[in-house]
Design a protein around this ligand. Structure first.
Ligand SMILES: [Zn+2]
Ligand SMILES: [Zn+2]
Length: 262
């Protein structure tokens, strides 16, 4: 094998990883700036994290560098993703995004609810580390054990990508996908909710407010047993289907209380 060609080829997955790092840490720093300056105070709905940005960062970087990067390089080396044509049609973008969103929801739900929240695995696989945070600082989105990060972040991204055929080799497409994912994760862990005032109004503002909500993952951190893949930008299919969505679970709980009271 021509090693220069081999490495040149693998540069693609490294470039997509780099795009994700720029997005994740760019958004992470922006939310940290909001925290430090108090500029976003009207939208800060959860208290700032006990651990500082600097204390959270090393674990986040080690996950991204030692788990995500090798997984992405391996996916490309095995020809499972980031290969093929650099051309992508509008229909291809729509279908791929639909497949990735639904796939992400299903894989994350299975990994998060059935594997990581299993009482034995909670300590064994270290999901408790992530639950030591309260979704109150953007950069904490990837503050978790390596096994947790692999199951909850890497697999729900790479498995659907592989299933839809690897997503081709269009850099802009891949960069936008990973940047959108990075923003979603950082935003829902930031403690901010830009939809909080809009939801008090009517019409389209209320709908937009609901779309911008970070209540789902905030509730996952405070209650623990709701919204396993429901969150900002999620299709919410599994949590809706299995009635573990934070707002549905609250309704079910209060109905049970009413029945018990009666
Ligand atoms: Zn979280
Ligand atoms: Zn959890």
């Amino acid at each position: 094998m021509d090693h220069s060609l081999f490495l040149e080829g693998l540069n693609f997955s490294i470039a997509v990883w780099a795009a994700q790092m720029i997005a994740y840490h760019g958004f992470g720093l922006w939310f940290e700036w909001l925290d430090q300056t108090g500029s976003g105070l009207p939208y800060k709905v959860r208290p700032a994290e006990r651990l500082s940005y600097r204390e959270l960062l090393p674990r986040v970087l080690s996950n991204q560098l030692l788990v995500l990067l090798p997984a992405m390089i391996l996916a490309q080396a095995l020809g499972l993703a980031y290969s093929g044509s650099s051309q992508i049609t509008a229909a291809g973008v729509v279908l791929s995004c639909a497949g990735l969103t639904i796939g992400h929801d299903v894989f994350q739900y299975i990994a998060h609810r059935l594997v990581l929240h299993d009482p034995v695995n909670m300590r064994k696989l270290g999901h408790a580390v992530h639950h030591s945070t309260r979704a109150g600082r953007g950069v904490s989105a990837c503050y978790m054990s390596a096994a947790d990060f692999f199951l909850e972040i890497v697999c729900p991204y790479l498995a659907p990508l592989i299933l839809i055929g690897g997503g081709g080799k269009n850099f802009i497409f891949h960069a936008l996908i990973v940047s959108a994912g990075a923003f979603g994760g950082v935003y829902e862990h930031s403690g901010y909710d830009f939809g909080v005032t809009l939801r008090q109004e009517g019409g389209w503002r209320r709908i937009l407010g609901a779309m911008l909500s970070t209540e789902a993952h905030g509730n996952h951190h405070t209650r623990g047993n709701v919204s396993f893949s429901d969150g900002f930008g999620s299709s919410n299919i599994c949590d809706t289907l299995f009635k573990t969505r934070w707002d549905l679970a609250a309704g079910r709980q209060s109905r049970q209380e009413t029945t018990t009271d009666a």
